[in-house]
Design a binder for this molecule. Structure first.
Ligand code: ATP
Length: 221
């Protein structure tokens, strides 16, 4: 489903080159729940961003199914992301002036679906993340864990091939974190949802199928 071939990413900081990824090759299969771990600065977020089309490798290739996504134009990448990928970030990234339900509508509206279909799908996923009674509230009226569940509903409402999550529990206490990880597990098991998650918490690894450890921009043995 996801294949990375010798992916490198170098950032230029003034005149200094920072080699964040030094040649990553990996395969992630359909329906896998994979964690990317490693110490701070090892390249976890940078790798997630290459696999999730949020950044472009300096060299190397990324394939999603049979599409060489490294070769897409910016416009094609936007469409590919909209139709195939979902994202969850540590800061939830919700629109503060929209209710939970309205935040979840957005990806479907951007796909140009009918009002009836948008309503049906959005309500159904909001219920699936356990927020039926909070859907008409603004993000500011919800706890961090509830806001993160809205963002998961938004990420999954269009049934993406892959869900990318960058430290989704970083701002949550252990109980709220457990709820998020159990949701991920449930979507992974029941819907064969492929999930790639960056984390630095050892206990989160109990929920995943496979761990990819990074060290200084490379996959550690
Ligand atoms: N936009 C950027 N410009 C310059 N350097 C960057 C940029 N993004 C990342 N880096 C550098 O690339 C390296 C890898 O960063 P990355 O954020 O991928 O690490 P990480 O493993 O996710 O770290 P953390 O656990 O602290 O979030 C670091 O040295 C970082 O400073």
């Amino acid at each position: 489903m996801i294949e990375a071939r010798d992916v490198k990413r170098t950032f230029l900081m003034g005149k200094v080159e920072v080699k964040a990824l030094k040649g990553i090759s990996l395969n992630i299969g359909k329906g896998e729940f994979v964690a990317i771990v490693g110490s701070s600065g090892s390249g976890k977020t940078t790798l997630l961003n290459q696999l999730g089309l949020l950044d472009t490798p300096t060299s190397g290739k990324v394939f999603i199914d049979s599409t060489n996504v490294s070769e897409l134009t910016d416009k094609q990448k936007i469409r590919f992301r909209l139709n195939n990928l979902g994202y969850v970030f540590q800061d939830y990234a919700l629109i503060p002036t929209l209710t939970g339900l309205e935040n979840v509508y957005l990806p479907l509206m951007m796909q140009g679906r009918t009002q009836e279909n948008i309503m049906k799908e959005a309500v159904s996923i909001i219920e699936a993340v356990g927020l039926a009674d909070r859907m008409h509230h603004l993000p500011s009226e919800m706890s961090g864990g509830q806001q993160q569940r809205v963002s998961i509903a938004r990420a999954l409402v269009h049934e993406p091939k892959i869900l990318f999550a960058d430290e989704p529990c970083a701002n949550l206490d252990s109980e709220a974190s457990r709820q998020i990880l159990e949701l991920f597990s449930r979507f992974n098991e029941e819907n064969e949802q492929t999930i790639v998650m960056v984390t630095h918490e050892q206990w989160h690894l109990d929920y995943v199928d496979r761990v990819i450890t990074l060290k200084d921009g490379l996959i550690a043995d």
